[in-house]
Structures are given as C-alpha cells and as structure tokens.
Design a protein around this ligand. Structure first.
Ligand SMILES: [Zn+2]
Length: 411
C-alpha cells in the first residue's frame, strides 16, 4: 500500500488547488507581518523591530523555546487591534490570504474582550471584524467562476472566544472588568466575563445578523478548569450556538473530558494529549487505560471533531519535537474525526496547504483519506446557513474537488 500511496504523489500544488476549510484560525495570530508593522507605526505601538526580517528573527520565529515564547507575539498583534479600522482590515486580509491558499471556508476566532475598550464596544468589535470578512467574501464571490457556479463560493462563520484566565494587563476591557469586580475571586471573574461574552454573542448574532457560529474557550488550561465556564456554555447551548473548546493542548484527557461533559463541546481544539496516560490522575494503570479508551471511543462515535494544528503543536509542546510522534496518527487509526487547521498563520508561520501537506507526508495519507478529512472539515463546520444549504454547499465542494482530482491525476 505504501508504495502505491507514494505513487499517487499528493503534491503541494494539488493540496493548494483543492477546496479546504480552516476551522481553527485565530485572527490575532494570523496578521500579515507588513500590516502589523504599518499599523504599529500608525498607532505608535512599540515593536522590537520594524522590518519583516527583524520581526521574524526576534518574535515570529520558525521554532519557539516554550509556550510563553510562542505567545509573546500576541502582545504586539493585539496592541494594533484596538480600533475598528485595524480589525476590519486584518479580518479582510485574513479571508483573502486563506482564499489565495485554496481555503473556501473559514471560522476565524478571536476574543472580542481583548479588543474592546471605552471607545470600542463589543458590538463594534464584532461589527468591524464582520465588515472585513463580508467585504472579502463579496469580492471573492464576485469572480466569474464562482458566479457561474463552476467553483464553490467562499464562506465563513465567526467564533467568539472566552478566556480561561485573564488579568488587568490583558486589555482595557479586562482591566475595567477586574476593577469593577474587586470583591470577587479570580475564578468568579473568569466565570462572569465568560457569561457576559456568551450573552453578547447571542444578542449580536440575533440583533445584527452577524454570522457568529460558535463559542470557544481559549487560554492557559492547567489550573484554569472548564467548570468556571459551565454557565456561559449552558447559556450558548440553550441558544443554539455551537461549541468548541481548546482542550488537551497543554493538559491531559481530563481537560477534554470536562470540555465534553461540562461544556457540551461539539469540537475540540487540539486534543493533543488525549492518549497520554501520564496525564491522567487515576491510581492504577488499568483505570487510566479504561478512562482514555472510553473517552476516545465516545469522541469517535459522537463524531466530535478534533481541530489539529500540527505546526503549532510542535512549536508549543517541546515534548513533541518529532512530528511522527504526534498522536494524530493514533487518532486517524482509531477513526476519530480530525480536521487540519493553521491555528495561527503568522505566529506558526504556516498555511492550510502546509498543514495538509505535512499531515499527508507524515502520516502517509492516501488520496481517499485526504479527501475524507477535507470533506469532514466542511461537514463538521458550523456553517451559518440552513442545514439544507450546508448540504448543497458540501456537495458543490466535493464535485469541484473531484473535478480537480481528475485534472491532476488523469493518467
Ligand atoms: Zn487555538
């Protein structure tokens, strides 16, 4: 099988050409470097360098020492994303960049509370972001190929992230929030800010017609449990917003278990340590094994999709330096539903094409497997339209995909 798989030769050109999804992409981790520099100059934000080369050397690197090192870049990107013009531009450029890489459907995510301040409300933050995305979508879908129905259109849904933890330094909004709730504990503040965002997302989705499709929980996992966010997830659950949770990225299977049982997660961000027995706190080996087995079987059977970002996982988990050791292989072997995502196009220095190519090469994916995984990205997306429209869209994507397969592989 291996030889014939290799003979298929899944080339980078093919992967770039086929319609793909990116279901896990942080807006504030995916700026164009040139835009960051331009905005920093305009907004008088201090950067350690004002050249692309300089920033690549100092901040946005190929490899990182640790998660802390990886996260350093967000300080600069978030600092230039504090007004409507900047957010609109960054969202617009992100959609264009994804489309140029053959990505037809994206679910850009961000934490609106990191961008809001006294002159820039949560509604304005979401409106500005949506304006940028909608403008890109309109331009892209105006092409003759798409208008004639020869190619599937570009579409998107926005994901709003609550943070597992924050302090007054995170943003003006969080600074005010902390100071307005001085008599609450940290955990109580995390819960309140999360619920406030949940309410905002539902209201803004319903009143403004902005395609907000899901709620997410991001930020440091260890020590900041999902249970703080039960009320907010319950709230969005009751309001038919979909749910994804960063879990098992830096912490073990218990975090994934909580995401599913406490937060009703439809998808899991990363899930890297799902199979890691050393991270399960149960007394015996048999109990640890059973816990992981039951959990992974539940995930597989419920089709809870794991949003895998290989490059990012390698960069933030020093233990995973060798990509062939990534648990994705085991996830695929056990028939879990996975989708490949960039996480942060700038900070991880990656694209969807790179991620799918890396996966295909590392795990020896054949053409059928690649197609299944890509199709699953569309199927398990939180597409903002009606279900029947989503079905038609997925069909159109697959027809186009098959046309490209014929073109690339006609022997
Ligand atoms: Zn992420």
């Amino acid at each position: 099988m291996k030889t014939s798989d290799k003979m298929y030769g899944i080339s980078e050109d093919f992967i770039r050409a086929v319609p793909k999804t990116d279901l896990h992409v942080h807006i504030d981790g995916s700026l164009r470097l040139s835009t960051l520099i331009e905005l920093a100059k305009e907004l008088k934000v201090k950067l350690p360098s004002y050249t692309v080369e300089g920033l690549k050397k100092l901040v946005f690197k190929e490899h990182y020492q640790s998660l802390i090192d990886y996260l350093r870049g967000f300080k600069y990107t978030d600092d230039v994303m504090q007004n409507a013009e900047a957010l609109e531009r960054i969202a617009y450029e992100l959609a264009l960049d994804c489309f140029a890489d053959g990505v037809r459907y994206i679910e850009p995510r961000f934490a609106p509370q990191l961008h809001a301040n006294k002159d820039f409300s949560i509604e304005d933050v979401l409106e500005a972001t949506n304006r940028g995305l909608a403008k890109a979508k309109k331009e892209i879908n105006n092409s003759k190929q798409i208008k004639d129905g020869k190619e599937p259109p570009f579409a998107y849904g926005i994901i709003g992230c609550a943070l597992r933890m924050f302090n007054e330094h995170y943003s003006d909004y969080y600074d005010n929030f902390v100071h307005a709730h001085l008599f609450s504990t940290d955990d109580e503040r995390f819960a309140m800010a999360s619920l406030e965002l949940a309410k905002a997302l539902i209201r803004i989705r319903d009143a403004f017609g902005i395609p907000i499709v899901a709620f997410d929980l991001a930020g440091a996992e260890a020590g900041y449990p999902a249970e703080n966010h039960q009320a907010s997830y319950q709230y969005v659950h009751k309001n038919f917003l979909k749910k994804t949770v960063h879990a098992g990225e830096a912490y073990g299977a218990a975090s994934i278990f909580q995401a599913i049982t406490d937060l009703h997660a439809d998808r899991i961000g990363h899930g890297t340590y799902l199979f890691d027995e050393t991270k399960v706190e149960l007394p015996t080996k048999d109990e640890r094994k059973k816990y992981i087995y039951d959990l992974s079987q539940y995930i597989a059977d419920s089709r809870i999709t794991l949003e895998i970002s290989l490059t990012s996982n390698l960069q933030t988990n020093p233990e995973l330096r060798d990509i062939s050791k990534h648990p994705c292989k085991k996830m695929l072997d056990q028939k879990l539903s996975v989708t490949f995502c960039t996480d942060n196009r700038l900070i991880s220095n990656t694209t969807s094409t790179k991620e799918f190519k890396l996966a295909a090469d590392t795990f020896g994916l054949n053409r059928e497997q690649l197609k299944d995984i890509i199709a699953y990205g569309f199927k398990r997306s939180f597409y903002p339209g009606e279900y029947s429209e989503k079905r038609a869209y997925v069909r159109q994507v697959l027809n186009f995909y098959e046309k490209l397969e014929n073109k690339f592989f006609k022997a």
